[in-house]
Ligand binder design. Structure first.
Ligand code: NAP
Ligand code: ZN
Length: 348
């Protein structure tokens, strides 16, 4: 049997997303069929639908911030029940045998993980299709449990924006009273603010948009500074233990480095399509560090969801219909998202 699925796809890097129908096979023994309720729009969807990172596969059904309900189960699925609310993030397969996978760092799988969309299944080499759709069929090892009590639309962005900001904070070891800067207040940035706040850190939003000042405070930041304002930046030099850089385009990382204390860390999570210019002095003079971080492993993603369940953390979302996806892309690129667009799957 096949599962008929409706969704939206980009047919090429320059075409708008349009309605698209495709099919899944019934779940194999380790797979789960999920009826998608909501899917967030991540800036990575836009980068890939427009082939800004190269190598995109078309037609592309984007979407890796998926929340839905279990519809049917393969015969060997033991961890999930029909009707249960679940999530799927950025990965649907990994080798499960390499050192990274054994540590549940599947995002760093040494053979390469299979992305939820814009990838090829390891065995069949068929293209994967994401969450801008009514259904998805996924290996149970890549399905997460959504804690009861979390709004499903607000929980969807946790599957990428949430884990991508949670993971480096855990890795670096954010603790109470530490000074954390969040560079860029979009989808990832607003989750970074909420999560850093839940760890008891003192949070400053570093933004290019004066209009986001009130939101920054409402989201839980104690301070707000404009990256364009030199006086404000000078006052914050040598200030932060950690800065999470979520900016989705080329920008001045050297400015951010100067804001770090001695031995402070700049974590790059935003992925500019163009190389950034790094001045070595900013690193050397204060033994500062710069690192990157990619989403998070499955075990840590579940830990993050449980943390959000406990602290009642969800994303601030604007729920849209499928027909509004292209407009939402434009608004996201212009920095006008407040703070994540989420597609209602009933609208396909
Ligand atoms: P978003 O909602 O569009 O937010 C990005 C924010 O960056 C904007 O709201 C804006 O905030 C700031 N910005 C400043 N200059 C910009 C410019 N020229 N173009 C675009 N944004 C600019 O994007 P997102 O979904 O949070 O994603 C952010 C980046 O992280 C993207 O590159 C995405 O691909 C990447 N990403 C990485 C991972 C990972 O695993 N590392 C996971 C998901 C996404 P202000 O107005 O406050 O300046
Ligand atoms: Zn994403």
């Amino acid at each position: 049997m096949t599962i008929k699925t409706k969704g939206y796809a980009a047919k090429s890097a320059t075409s708008p997303l349009t309605p698209f129908e495709f099919e899944y096979q019934d779940p194999a023994e380790n797979e789960i069929q999920i009826e998608v309720e909501f899917c967030g729009i991540c800036h990575s969807d836009i980068h890939q639908a427009r082939d800004e990172w190269g190598g995109s596969i078309f037609p592309m059904v984007p979407g890796h911030e998926i929340v839905g309900k279990v519809k049917s189960l393969g015969s060997r699925v033991t961890k999930f029940k029909v009707g249960e609310r679940v999530g799927v993030g950025c990965m649907v397969e990994s080798c499960q045998t390499c050192g990274s996978c054994k540590e549940s760092l599947e995002q760093y799988c040494e053979k390469g993980f299979t992305p939820t969309y814009n990838g090829l299944y390891r065995e069949t080499k068929k293209p994967t299709k994401g969450g801008y759709a009514t259904q998805i069929v996924v290996d149970q090892n890549f399905v997460l449990k959504i804690p009861d009590g979390l709004d499903p639309a607000g929980a969807a962005p946790l599957l990428c924006a949430g884990i991508t900001t949670y993971s480096p904070m855990k890795f670096v070891g954010v603790s109470r009273g530490q000074k954390i800067g969040v560079l860029g207040l979009g989808g990832l940035g607003h989750m970074a603010v909420k999560l850093a706040n839940s760890f008891g850190a003192e949070v400053t939003v570093l933004s290019g948009s004066p209009s986001k000042k009130d939101d920054a405070k409402r989201l839980g930041a104690q301070h707000f500074a404009l990256t364009k304002n030199e006086d404000e930046m000078t006052k914050l030099e040598n200030h932060f233990d950690l800065i999470i850089d979520t900016v989705a385009a080329k920008h001045d990382v050297n400015q951010a480095l100067e804001l770090l204390k001695r031995q402070g860390t700049l974590v790059m999570v935003g992925i500019s399509d163009k190389p950034l210019d790094l001045g070595v002095f900013g690193l050397v003079m204060k033994r500062r560090k710069i690192m990157g971080s990619l989403i998070g492993g499955i075990r840590e993603t579940q830990e993050m969801l449980d943390h959000c369940g406990k602290h009642k953390i969800t994303s601030d979302v604007e729920v849209i219909k499928a027909a509004q996806i292209n407009e939402a892309y434009e608004r996201t690129v212009k920095g006008q998202v407040r703070y994540r667009f989420v597609i209602d799957s009933k609208s396909y």
